[in-house]
Design a protein around this ligand. Structure first.
Ligand code: NAD
Length: 501
């Protein structure tokens, strides 16, 4: 942050932006094609993390609203939605995507204010998210069932059928993008859905549902706001849910999986990460430093795939570290509405406290604080943290093992290939990893040896609707994105017909 009167400028700009973004709109739950408040009358506020002011309130839903949403979804699944052909379903989804695209500016501003992410990034993520809905709609056009040639007396084939009602639960770090990763394949597969956004960031999900009016039959897409242990657990434990897809912390994933077990509900889990970036000595250090900075600073480090452990060969350690610190300094902490900002505030005061606790832990350890370590100057409101790098971090320390979810990098040195791989894999998670090297053989070898669902070489966060994403180990079960994700939301039926019968 620069040293002008940040507080006053922020407050005024954000007050106006909140007025513009909410513009008399109601952010109620969306059930069976219309707005609903909680039967209890309870609400909670969603706050702007840059100014810590309330944006608006949303209903604090619980069992009655989950019951209503699941019932509406069941009716839609058995009626209007499933009555559509593949092509009609694809067309409806594409029309919805078009309408959402026309509202990109409005959605981006809402997402920026609700999450604290820079406006430009919010806009890119809205576009990216809509792209996933389009992808799954297009995939339907090429969708085929299989004939299985078993013998001349039998016609055997498989059918892919939707589960029915899918319960979708998402976290606060990428509300639109992660919702679209689930909505696209779940709806394209023919399910109806109940989506529960995170309590910190409920706004864009509401608008997504409202903007589906007239395109998706009522009850096809329901959005229910609420707390994890109220609305969330009512959803995961509901006997009318046929499929669960959850993104969030691994410890919450355990609870969700336990609830799913009660009804033998299939569950997709996208959980946390502590992703390594392995920098081999032949890497292009300038480019690698920039990638490493992006890997830990994009979205203020609140990314499941953040490259939070930088493993650097000792031969290039000093030069890399110098370049890494310079690259991190190019990221600008500040007002997420400002054009030059690349790091907004963290999403909540609680998240700020968590990040501060880890920074304190780092200070008290033998690791060296190379840059950062404090909230940015000048801001007495808003949950800002400057880029922070610790060097000489022990790989078995909490700093290197636990998900911090802030702009805090841990640098660890290695001396050999085997040591690098051992360090990279010596963690409970296995979501993503990156490798920096100019040696193609080494890149392939390391990509095979690292335990992670995605490995980027000389790259970070290369996402595309066609590429599957998901975790090894404690990072989850199943895959999102890519053609495979369609089958996370449908089940296979085998049919055999005796031809001589
Ligand atoms: P969280 O687990 O606290 O909450 C996620 C969602 O689950 C929220 O909507 C919350 O209300 C709900 N929830 C909480 N308790 C619940 C319960 N008992 N039953 C049902 N639902 C419940 O996670 P968070 O703090 O919002 O998000 C951050 C986490 O998400 C990080 O661990 C991050 O790594 C992970 N994440 C993973 C991916 C991925 O693709 N693997 C992507 C983004 C974020």
């Amino acid at each position: 942050m620069n040293d002008r009167n940040v507080t006053d400028d922020l407050a005024t700009a954000h007050e106006r932006a909140i007025e513009r973004a909410t513009d008399g709109r109601r952010f109620a739950a969306w059930i069976d094609g219309s707005a609903h408040e909680a039967a209890s009358g309870a609400t909670f506020a969603t706050r702007d993390p840059a100014t810590d002011t309330p944006i608006t309130t949303v209903p604090r839903c619980d069992e009655p609203e989950i019951d209503a949403a699941v019932e509406a979804a069941r009716t839609a699944f058995e009626g209007a939605w499933s009555a559509l052909s593949h092509e009609e379903r694809a067309d409806r989804l594409l029309e919805w995507a078009d309408r959402l695209t026309r509202h990109t500016d409005e959605l981006a501003l809402l997402e920026c204010l609700d999450t604290g992410k820079p406006l430009e990034f919010a806009e890119a993520e809205i576009r990216e998210g809509i792209g996933y809905i389009e992808y799954y709609a297009h995939l339907l056009h090429g969708d085929t069932d299989e004939r299985v040639p078993i013998d001349g007396e039998t016609h055997a084939y498989t059918r892919e059928e939707p589960y029915g009602v899918a319960g979708l639960i998402v976290p606060w770090n990428y509300p639109v993008l992660l919702s679209c990763w689930k909505l696209g394949p779940a709806l394209a597969a023919g399910n109806s859905v109940v989506l529960k956004p995170a309590e910190l960031t409920p706004l864009t999900a509401t608008r997504f549902a409202q903007l589906a009016e007239g395109l998706l039959p009522p009850g096809t897409l329901n959005v229910v706001h609420g707390l994890g242990d109220e609305a969330g657990s009512a959803l995961t434990g509901h006997p009318g849910i046929d499929k669960l897809s959850f993104t969030g912390e691994d410890t919450t994933g355990e609870i969700v999986m336990g609830a799913a077990a009660e009804h033998i509900t299939p569950v997709t889990l996208e959980l946390g990460g502590k992703s390594p970036f392995v920098v081999f000595p032949d890497a292009d250090l300038e480019a690698t430093a920039a990638t490493a900075a992006e890997g830990i600073l994009y979205n203020a480090g609140q990314s499941c795939d953040a490259l939070s452990r930088t493993l650097v060969h000792e031969a290039v350690h000093d030069e890399f570290l110098e370049r890494f610190v310079s690259a991190a300094a190019e990221w600008t902490v500040g007002d997420p509405l400002a054009e030059d900002t690349t790091i907004g505030p963290l999403a909540s005061e609680q998240q700020l406290e968590t990040v501060h606790e880890y920074i304190e832990l780092g200070r008290e350890s033998d690791a060296e604080l190379v840059t950062g370590g404090d909230s940015s100057d000048g801001a007495d409101v808003g949950w800002f943290v400057e880029p922070t790098v610790f060097d000489g971090v022990a790989n078995d320390s909490r700093l290197a093992q636990e998900e911090i979810f802030g702009p805090v990098a841990s640098v660890v040195s290695f001396g050999s290939y085997d040591e690098a791989i051992e360090l990279a894999n010596d963690v409970d998670y296995g979501l993503a990893a990156a490798i920096a090297t100019e040696d193609l053989s080494l890149a392939h070898r390391a990509a095979a040896d690292i335990e992670a669902g995605t490995v980027w070489v000389n790259d970070y966060a290369r996402f595309s609707p066609g590429l599957a994403f998901g975790g090894f180990k404690r990072s989850g079960i199943g895959r999102e994105c890519g053609p495979e994700a369609l089958n996370e939301y449908r089940q296979q039926k085998t049919v055999t017909i005796a031809l001589n019968g």
